[in-house]
Write a protein that binds this ligand. Structure first.
Ligand code: SAM
Length: 508
């Protein structure tokens, strides 16, 4: 039963009890609600007890409403915490590689003004400049083949084709597949695109508003006026398939989030207030098409340098296979350990573009994507048993996560170790496929981040490099491209690295 009223001694007891809970939850910390549930107390009382403990300097508030005992403030100073530096030293000792630095821009932000790349801003993408640098440094043969198994919005593929090489990719998220296909179709006729866009707008102006997509929160996401215009625009688009029709759908997709109350930073969330005076969707659509038309005109004069048309397969990278020894270079960025739920983040695009028609479609897609934190328990159940994990680093990390979860008991989910286990199990077949498809001496360049999970540091970049070695790759380098803040603890700095693996010439 919850205690609504409490006498002074009870308050002291509660403060002590809150301190005990935080002692048990240790480095992970706990939210007001979690402590309240654990103690079966009213959240307001728990919040008051936490305020007292904070004023005494015993408790600290970390990111995402988490509270920890002062004692756990500096994870790195705790005996049970293995910090990033220790892993880096161990990596040097065991794998013989010291971490270098990559000085250029790595995030997608720098693409937002770059012709073609700007057609579909993809927060999770990387910079065109980075890919262009890798291509240039690789000194590829003429008509080389470049593969991106997690192609996203096609940054690798656009740069590959622009550099005269053959681009291959797989990607599961349909709006990203659409973006990659449109962006690599340099033959798109800008005049025809502009004329078709005007026809679509004329049809939309005369049309009655159409049905809303299935997402329950649609009315909360958009103003009535935006909904009216967006449904009219959507219902006036030609069916997907032809190059112009695809480009128009992409322009429509680009209009969705800026016409809503939502923003991605990087996760989808409510930000702006509904503003009836904001730029109307029809005008935004016209602007998106105008951008495409002007970028296509820039591509045209260098036509003789383009590589052959890109091949983009809407397929699971774990199952996709390519002819053996047919790829000269692979460049990619997979999802990060416990990072983004791409399905949740792109549900608006998926629903409005008709790629998902129900919540079960969204669930099915999430099941196929590399494991993330929102995976249902039945998907992680086969990974609860971690006894078969071969890499000693991964085995230790999974064990530590499980230990922290058992101590805490009320963590958001008690199978985080199984999610992490499945994440690395998901990457293994991709390493296999890329290894087989690469020519001897061919490189696999992977941009990947590390994580802090359930109070345990997970060096995703170094673990991936080690899995690569187990598959037969040689580690050519690991370069740190940038620092970023942990969502769990704002003060904890994570990194994003470029791991370069090479299929040895004396192939195994
Ligand atoms: C970090 S993003 C890649 C972004 C890309 N480099 C760019 O610049 O646009 C990772 C991508 O992997 C995709 N993905 C996740 N699991 C996948 C799977 N099993 N098969 C293919 N693609 C997958 C996600 O949909 C996401 O687009």
């Amino acid at each position: 039963m919850r205690t609504e009223m409490s006498a002074p001694s009870e308050t002291t007891d509660l403060t002590g009890a809150v301190r005990d809970v935080l002692g048990e939850t240790g480095a992970i910390g706990a939210t007001v609600r979690q402590i309240a549930t654990r103690l079966d107390h009213h959240p307001d009382r728990v919040a008051a007890a936490l305020a007292t403990l904070r004023s005494q300097g015993d408790v600290l508030r970390m990111g995402r409403g988490l509270f920890v005992l002062k004692d756990f403030e500096r994870l790195a100073e705790r005996a049970d915490f293995v910090d990033p530096e220790s892993f880096v030293e161990r990596f040097e000792r065991e794998d013989g590689i010291s971490l270098g630095r990559y000085p250029g821009p790595i995030t997608f932000r720098s693409n937002e003004t770059v012709p073609v790349h700007r057609w579909w801003p993809y927060v999770q993408g990387y910079s065109a400049e980075f890919v262009a640098g890798v291509l240039a440094a690789s000194e590829l043969p003429r008509r080389a083949t470049v593969l991106d198994p997690f192609a996203g919005s096609g940054t690798t593929l656009v740069e590959t084709r622009r550099a005269g090489a053959r681009a291959l990719g797989t990607e599961l998220l349909a709006p990203a597949v659409l973006a990659a296909r449109v962006k690599t179709h340099f033959e798109l006729d800008p005049r025809e695109l502009a004329r078709s866009a005007e026809r679509v707008l004329r049809r939309a102006e005369q049309r009655a508003p159409g049905p809303l997509p299935f997402l329950r929160e649609t009315r909360r996401q958009f103003s009535d006026r935006a909904l009216r215009d967006l449904t009219r625009l959507r219902d006036s688009l030609p069916p997907e398939g032809g190059a112009v029709a695809n480009a128009l759908r992409l322009a429509f997709g680009q209009v969705l989030i800026p016409s809503s109350r939502l923003h991605r930073s990087p996760c989808l969330g409510y930000g702006r207030r509904l503003d009836e005076s904001a730029r109307p969707p029809f005008e935004r659509f016209r602007g998106a098409v105008a951008e495409m038309v002007s970028d296509l005109a820039e591509l045209e004069p260098v036509r003789e340098r383009w590589g052959p048309p890109a091949v983009i397969r809407a397929e699971d990278a774990r199952a996709a296979s390519w002819p053996s020894r047919s790829v000269d270079l692979a460049v990619t960025s997979p999802p990060y350990v416990n990072g983004m739920d791409y399905v949740m983040n792109y549900k608006v695009d998926l629903a409005w573009l008709g790629y998902a028609r129900s919540y079960s479609d969204l669930r099915e897609l999430r099941r196929l994507e590399v494991a993330c934190d929102n995976l249902p328990r039945r998907e992680t159940a086969p990974y609860l048993d971690t006894s078969g994990v071969e890499d000693p680093w991964l085995a230790e990390i999974l064990h530590r996560i499980r230990g922290n979860l058992e101590r805490k008991r009320t963590y958001r989910r008690d199978d985080v170790h199984a999610v992490v286990h499945r994440y690395f199990a998901d990457l293994r077949p991709v390493l296999d496929q890329v290894y087989r498809s690469l020519v001897p001496g061919g490189r696999f360049v992977v941009v990947v981040g590390d994580s802090l999970l359930a109070g345990v540091y997970v060096p995703g970049d170094l673990l991936l490099a080690r899995l690569g070695v187990a598959r037969g790759f040689r580690i050519a380098s690991v370069e740190v491209a940038r620092r970023r803040r942990s969502g769990q603890r704002r003060s904890f700095l994570l990194r994003e690295s470029i791991v370069t693996l090479e299929r040895p010439r004396s192939a195994r």
